[in-house]
Write a protein that binds this ligand. Sequence first.
Ligand code: ADP
Ligand code: MG
Length: 336
Amino acid sequence: MENPPRGAVESGIVPNSLAPRAARPPCPGCQSKYNRTVGEFELIDRFFTRGPRRDDVRLGIGDDAALVDPGGAGSVVFALASASAENAGETETDATALAHDLVCTAFNRLAARGVAPAWSTLALSLPEPREDWIQNFSNALFATASPCGAVLIGGDTTRGPLTATLVAHGATREPTEDRPPAPKAGNAVYMTGALGRQWTVSAGTAPAEKPVSRQSVLPRVDAGIAAWDHVSAAAAIDASLAATLNDLLEPFGLGAEVEGPALPVAEGCADIVRRRGGVKLLAETAADPELCFIVAPERAPAFCRAMETTETPYTRIGAVAAAPGIRIRDVPEAGV
Ligand code: ADP
Ligand code: MG
């Protein structure tokens, strides 16, 4: 079975078909939640009942529980991303960045498993129902999630310290008989996109050149799905490229050699990378939402052909090493 077809999704952001919920009488036991006086239902109707429609959603927002039809004989896969006030902030930019990062992180985690996000659920805790903040958050959430075909099918909204958790759900294809072998020393390491946008933002200094907005990068869903049949291992970059590769390869007793000069640096970020200590630090600290892949030599041509069918830029950045640990070469080795 293929992943749920994109054809099942209507393009663009359209209102959900569900009728607005009627206001319920106040509930004395719901003090910790947004109650009728602060307009929880209005908030949900206005800001979260949006996005594409899918015909595999039987019940979406508006009911106590959502109901979907996963179809086929595959499994349902879940991946989650969470952020709290510490790294979320409360400005408009923060609301946009928070929503974009949540969607990218959760969707990339599914994509690294070769699965397209079909349905998502959102738990939101807000100190105040500030309309501008929620509007920015909602706009970025749907702008990032809707092009991937995912529908927001439910959630919960409470009053409290700012935290947001997005769960992405998707259905697997049937297992491929011819899965690539486990990672081995000498396999190639690839990554999608480039590093540096997140770093520029977190560095808090204005770069000499204007960096590409991180919102311009969508989750790497197409790349993850295209690559899946050809990769020995894959992961979504989380804290950093180095930490992600380490988590991916250490269980096999392996490590990686990353060629610093081969690392793709996001457009407009070259200056800040130089100023902040070069590509080694970039690989060790930049948390851009990209995917990395381990590819056996015999699978590389098919992997590259599959990646070419997507519009996702990708780069070979190094090789799997026999010893654990991630070594990042700052300059090309002599004679290499
Ligand atoms: P109450 O808290 O009053 O019981 P619910 O929690 O049932 O209300 O929420 C009403 C509906 O809105 C439900 O269908 C729920 O899934 C949906 N919902 C609530 N918060 C969100 C959110 N942040 N994002 C998406 N859907 C939400
Ligand atoms: Mg609720």
